[in-house]
Design a protein around this ligand. Structure first.
Ligand SMILES: Cc1cc2nc3c(=O)[nH]c(=O)nc-3n(C[C@H](O)[C@H](O)[C@H](O)COP(=O)(O)O)c2cc1C
Length: 342
């Protein structure tokens, strides 16, 4: 089993769904002594199977895959929330017309959870990490039995305790600076606003598991501080977004180096789940999307895709952490070396 303590360089490339994580990025980070991660969330099982196969042709080293834990809500509140999603969809109609796209109605979707677990059991990778919820001990043991190390992403001490009790091998502790979605267990949860360092220290105080610190680590000082706070390794996403190996879209690459963007916000605007990205016209004009994932994600997807195609960064999700200005447009192996420091 791969432990974060085994890494030659204590740097994990964050799984980044929606394009940035590619087999090339995974292999480059692994071969540089870190740990590359495939993002298996929001992809078909076939696409995940293919990405694992391609990654194996690029590296013989260890790498991970990340899954979204589905939250299927059937309660009364969810029926009210669906009505709000439909209203949100209606409020986006003018933009949809402008781009000539149809916005779909939301539908239940568990992101092919069972099929992805079957795949990762039959064709194991070194590490499987989970976000958007804590996997049950049954799921954890199923993967551990085939030699996989299981990591859970958490944003609070309370969730760290739950994850520890389900038997995971390590915790990815996500602080407020992190880019992308908050790893809260429930869509409606408000994330802890603690910094990565503060949260790592708090979790280490209570839970005796290796911790991988995620959020705002952009250089070797950040890595050093995280290790001093008790982390065994760091997980970096934003630091890799501009590397040539990343599948970051052209519109996001351009936005990350455009002075027009001056701050990040944590918003439900694009997917219904809180996520940190660059503030733009969408987050300003539609700040109050309902707390319902993946319903809002489904409704807004065609609009975001059309805007990306048109190069309109004001109407695309621009996931990035607070350290985005320090992202380096250099090969991923150089970024790993830069993060590791002298
Ligand atoms: C573009 C992007 C996509 C992300 N997608 C995922 C994902 O699919 N699964 C996941 O567990 N975390 C995802 N994250 C969050 C990262 O795991 C990690 O918490 C975050 O990148 C750390 O903060 P940093 O971006 O400041 O390095 C994503 C982050 C970014 C920036």
């Amino acid at each position: 089993m791969v432990s974060p303590a085994d890494l030659a360089v204590p740097v994990v490339a964050a799984p980044m769904a929606g394009g940035p994580s590619t087999p090339a990025l995974v292999a480059a980070v692994t071969d540089a002594g870190g740990l590359g991660f495939l993002a298996a969330g929001n992809q078909t099982v076939d696409a995940v199977r293919d990405q694992i196969a391609v990654t194996r042709t690029l590296t013989s080293g260890a790498f991970g895959a990340n899954l979204f834990v589905p939250e299927l809500r059937e309660d009364d509140a969810s029926h009210r929330e669906i009505k709000r999603v439909e209203a949100y969809r209606a409020s986006l109609a003018a933009w949809a017309d402008e781009f000539g796209v149809e916005l779909p109605l939301p539908h239940p979707d568990d992101d092919a959870w069972d099929a992805k677990l079957d795949l990762l059991e039959a064709d194991p990778v070194a590490v499987v990490s989970f976000t958007f919820g804590i996997p049950s001990s049954k799921v954890v043991h199923r993967l551990q039995r085939v030699g996989t190390s299981v990591w859970a992403s958490v944003t609070s001490v309370a969730d760290a305790v739950v994850a520890a009790s389900s038997g995971v091998d390590a915790l990815v502790v996500q602080g407020t600076q992190a880019g992308g979605h908050r790893a809260t267990s429930h869509c409606i949860d408000m994330p802890n606003e603690a910094s990565t360092i503060a949260l790592v220290a708090a979790v280490r105080w209570v839970v005796d598991l290796p911790v991988i610190a995620a959020g705002g680590v952009m250089d070797s000082d950040g890595l050093h501080d995280a290790i001093m706070a008790g982390a065994t390794a760091v997980q970096c996403g934003t630091a890799f977004l501009l590397t040539p190996e990343a599948g970051t879209s052209a519109v996001v690459r351009a936005a990350l180096v455009d002075d027009v963007f001056t701050e990040t916000v944590v918003t439900r605007s694009f997917t219904g789940r809180l996520a940190r990205g660059l503030a733009n016209r969408w987050t300003t004009e539609f700040p109050d999307a309902p707390a319902f994932y993946p319903a809002v994600h489904q409704v807004t997807s065609p609009l975001r895709a059309a805007a990306a195609e048109a190069g309109d960064a004001q109407r695309v999700h621009l996931w990035a952490g607070t350290g985005w200005r320090q992202a380096r447009a250099e090969p991923a192996a150089d970024v790993v070396r830069f993060l590791a420091g002298p």
